[in-house]
Write a protein that binds this ligand. Structure first.
Ligand SMILES: Nc1ncnc2c1ncn2[C@@H]1O[C@H](COP(=O)(O)OP(=O)(O)O)[C@@H](O)[C@H]1O
Ligand SMILES: Cc1cn([C@H]2C[C@H](O)[C@@H](COP(=O)(O)OP(=O)(O)O)O2)c(=O)[nH]c1=O
Length: 208
């Protein structure tokens, strides 16, 4: 008889655009692999062919706010079924660049969609699944903007105005206040090396 694998852990990265989360993902994946974990690195919206197609629509087309919310959750439903749940059941660890906290921050905080609607979608799409750990990379808006302008071509969200991102950041901080047991706020104005040192301490605790 085969013994079922110990369920893997689910880690999510969050923050406003330009906060610095992508910078740390490869580092974390590498750290976990060095500690013997099989890691699946993925992202939202996206992570499956269908969800990546939905991502293209969400990031580049204008649409009604509720359509946007429904599409990110549709992409998520597919992602959970095809990638996240199977990996966790195999005992693999998932590192996801964004998850449902992004919907609360962007569609809820930034765009102003009623949180009750997002809660209903969350309850529908993943009633029993939450990340084991969420790293929220937090920076003042000006810092994020300066970092973004220095790097890349901007998508639909990244071209939003300051008040959108102020509300998005507030949306994240409200989520962190509500779920302090899983969301850790990382001060992303610190130097990268210092942040990585903190990340290894936090991840070390999850490994034990
Ligand atoms: N702690 C930091 N200090 C200085 N620059 C940073 C820091 N973190 C990230 N950056 C830089 O900011 C830019 C945006 O970072 P990125 O990780 O792509 O942000 P995000 O994925 O959150 O949008 C990159 O050029 C990156 O090198
Ligand atoms: C997962 C998710 C993302 N988003 C937005 C936030 C980001 O601006 C965008 C995804 O971009 P992002 O993950 O920041 O990718 P990149 O670093 O390549 O720009 O999608 C939502 O609005 N709602 C969601 O539920």
């Amino acid at each position: 008889m085969t013994v079922p694998a110990k369920r893997g852990k689910f880690i999510t990265f969050e923050g406003i655009d330009g906060a610095g989360k992508s910078t740390h993902i490869a580092f974390i994946v590498d750290f976990l692999q060095q500690h013997g974990k099989t890691v699946v690195s993925t992202r939202e919206p996206g992570g499956t062919p269908l969800s990546e197609t939905l991502r293209e629509l969400v990031l580049h087309q204008k649409m009604h706010l509720e359509t946007e919310a429904l599409l990110v959750f549709a992409a998520r439903r597919e992602h959970i079924a095809q990638v996240i749940e199977p990996a966790l059941e195999r005992g693999d660890w998932i590192v996801s660049d964004r998850f449902t906290d992004s919907s609360f921050a962007y569609q809820g905080g930034g765009r102003g969609l009623a949180l009750a609607k997002l809660e209903a979608l969350e309850e529908w799409v993943h009633p029993a699944l939450q990340p084991d750990l969420t790293l929220l990379f937090d920076v003042p808006l000006e810092v994020a903007r300066a970092r973004l302008d220095a790097t890349r071509e901007l998508d639909k969200f990244e071209r939003e105005q300051a008040d959108f991102f102020l509300a998005t950041r507030q949306g994240y901080l409200a989520r962190a206040e509500k779920f302090p047991h899983r969301i850790i706020i990382i001060d992303s104005t610190q130097p990268i090396a210092q942040i990585q040192q903190r990340l290894t301490t936090i991840l070390g605790q999850l490994l034990n």
